[in-house]
Design a protein around this ligand. Structure first.
Ligand code: COA
Length: 164
């Protein structure tokens, strides 16, 4: 398999690859499942990393809650591509998309907070994001025993950091 991965906006041909990646991890209870239909409907919000054959090896998505607030969602990297900076590149690509859309703050709910901390996020209080609690958490079967940790990043500050 090629070591060269290309991070880009998702296209319709990527839908099945994204679904396979996300639902493979969902089967291990590491992520929430997504149907191919829901991915196709939200395709403009997805970025992918593809190998030299065009095969999807990683994905991530921006889920927008308001003009200024978004969630970094569905971040997944195929096991054979782990540890090469692909996850970091996917989060950066979702953040670029967020900035283009005027989003100033992003958060994630994750079982892997140390990954997000390694790419610039800080642990946060999920109560700061009532939009998420209302839209997704209230209907989640696992809400009483949720092990996900909330992390967040202010994109304006990140831009200042990058320029410093
Ligand atoms: C977590 C995941 C996205 C990491 O992808 P990756 O491509 O291997 O990560 P990267 O190589 O870009 O690593 C970036 C940084 O995160 C750290 N990191 C990577 N995976 C980590 C993990 N599982 N736990 C803690 N830190 C991790 C790396 O050490 C690296 O830090 P450094 O630059 O300071 O050395 C990937 O393991 C995955 O898809 N896991 C299953 C799904 C999942 O847990 N998604 C997370 C969000 S819900």
């Amino acid at each position: 398999m090629s070591d060269v991965y290309h991070v880009r906006a998702a296209v319709p041909a990527d839908v099945s690859g994204i679904a396979a990646l996300v639902n493979g991890y969902a089967a291990q209870a590491v992520m929430l499942p997504r149907s191919a239909e829901s991915i196709a409907l939200a395709l403009d919000d997805f970025v992918v990393a593809a190998d030299s054959h065009g095969r999807v090896v990683a994905c991530g998505a921006l889920k927008q809650y308001s003009p200024s607030l978004g969630e970094v969602a569905s971040v997944a990297v195929s096991p054979e591509a782990h540890g090469r900076g692909v996850g970091r590149a996917i989060v950066a690509a979702v953040e670029r998309l967020a900035r283009i859309r005027g989003v100033e703050e992003v958060f994630a709910l994750t079982l892997t907070p140390t990954f997000f901390e390694a790419v610039g996020y800080g642990v946060d209080d999920r109560a700061r994001y009532p939009e998420k609690l209302q839209r997704d958490c209230a209907a989640c079967a696992r809400r009483a025993a949720c092990k996900e940790v909330c992390v967040s990043r202010t994109l304006a500050a990140a831009a200042i950091d990058a320029a410093a």
